[in-house]
Design a protein around this ligand. Structure first.
Ligand SMILES: Cc1cc2nc3c(=O)[nH]c(=O)nc-3n(C[C@H](O)[C@H](O)[C@H](O)COP(=O)(O)OP(=O)(O)OC[C@H]3O[C@@H](n4cnc5c(N)ncnc54)[C@H](O)[C@@H]3O)c2cc1C
Length: 342
């Protein structure tokens, strides 16, 4: 849609998961409130939620900053359905005309946002690491660019709404707003669902079983990068993590090489972690990765290149060959105690 002054206010498309509302929905509402304040926007920050059995979600969304909630509750919406969700949201956006639409860069959000953006003929800034408004009141979406070496500002001044997705955990903890007045509107999607059954239908969700301590909960995270060079060397990362009672994390290349699993990736396309101790081995320190670990406590890095950018965000930097130092480290730890737990 062309930029049009009729488009006003900020929407957050909240997400319902099997475990309840997704955390990124709350994080986005807090960010939306900050943007509203920054831009002196008078329209209420609005959460839009699609799903089934949504009673009770309004209070939680209001606590995180929603001043209005649009509930789209229907049995057909129990599981995320790209086509149907996009058709409903398109109708709602055309009806209510929000100026900004934010979504979590979750599996569902990363699928839904570009579909909706294309149908509304507007731009979507994906996997942003921050959001702000410029002096003209336009949304500035901050996205790592050029292999993560720089942070780029992306604007969408010509089209409305302005859309962006943000990874869970990147924005930090959601605020808690008490006694916020929050209006609620129910939107009946039956007519849209009857008309558009979608081309693809989700029939269930299968979760990948994760080994060891969950990455997001671990006090110690041992993270390997491309500098490990082989699957055999990757075992050293797993052994060290096990000895420290920690979790294994990875950068993008070990995932591409098949040494590590998708759920272990840290960064803008992966998870954000805040362990007490982060040990990074053979990692250059690209922004795409650093965005996901910048809030860790003690950061220890091992890299054979003394000029590696990861050292700029490390408390302790060790210039060494990982394949030489890791076996030594493991051997020393084994000598002291077979069950060292941090
Ligand atoms: C849209 C997009 C999203 C992305 N999202 C993510 C993301 O979420 N997470 C992520 O991690 N990446 C992501 N990336 C990729 C990211 O930009 C970097 O390419 C990646 O983080 C680099 O991984 P690395 O540090 O392991 O590898 P490299 O950059 O190749 O660095 C390897 C490092 O290992 C060192 N080294 C080599 N051999 C040894 C040795 N024997 N001992 C010790 N050190 C050694 C080298 O000096 C080098 O510093 C994304 C990229 C794009 C374009």
């Amino acid at each position: 849609m062309q930029n049009d002054k009729a488009y006003r206010g900020i929407w957050v498309v909240a997400e319902q998961t099997a475990d309840g509302l997704s955390g990124v929905s709350f994080e986005l509402l807090t960010k939306a409130r900050q943007l509203k304040e920054q831009g002196g926007i008078s329209e209420p920050v609005t959460a839009v939620i699609l799903g089934e059995n949504l009673a009770g979600c309004q209070a939680k969304l209001a606590e995180a900053g929603a001043e209005a909630v649009i509930i789209v509750d229907h049995p057909e919406l129990r599981l995320f359905q790209n086509d149907i969700y996009a058709a409903i949201l398109k109708t709602l956006v055309e009806l209510k005309k929000p100026e900004i639409v934010l979504m979590g860069a979750t599996a569902a959000g990363s699928d839904l946002a570009p579909t909706l953006g294309a149908r509304l003929k507007t731009g979507v800034s994906a996997h942003c690491v921050d959001l702000r408004l410029n002096d003209d009141g336009n949304l500035v979406a901050v996205v790592p660019a050029f292999g993560g070496k720089v942070l780029g500002d992306i604007l969408c001044p010509e089209r409305r709404p302005q859309m962006a997705t943000i990874r869970p955990g990147i924005l930090g903890k959601a605020a808690c707003y008490l006694n916020v007045e929050c209006s609620v509107e129910q939107f009946d999607p039956s007519a849209i669902i009857a008309e558009d059954q979608g081309r693809v239908k989700a029939i269930g969700i299968t979760r990948e079983e994760q080994k060891g301590v969950p990455l997001e909960e671990a006090d110690v995270v041992v993270v390997g990068g491309f500098g490990l060079m082989s699957k055999e060397n990757w075992q050293l990362i797993e052994t060290l993590a096990l000895m420290l009672g920690g979790a294994v994390g990875c950068t993008r290349p070990p995932l591409d090489e098949g040494w590590a699993k998708e759920y272990q990736m840290i960064g803008t396309s992966g998870k954000s972690v805040r362990p007490k101790v982060y040990i990074g081995v053979g990692i250059s320190g690209a922004t795409h990765h650093v965005c996901g670990m910048k809030d860790a406590g003690l950061v220890i890095s091992i890299n054979k290149d003394e000029k590696a950018p990861i050292f700029e965000v490390s408390d302790i930097g060790v210039t060494a060959d990982a394949t030489a130092i890791l076996p030594l480290l493991i051997e020393v730890m084994q000598r002291y105690d077979d069950n060292v737990v941090c």
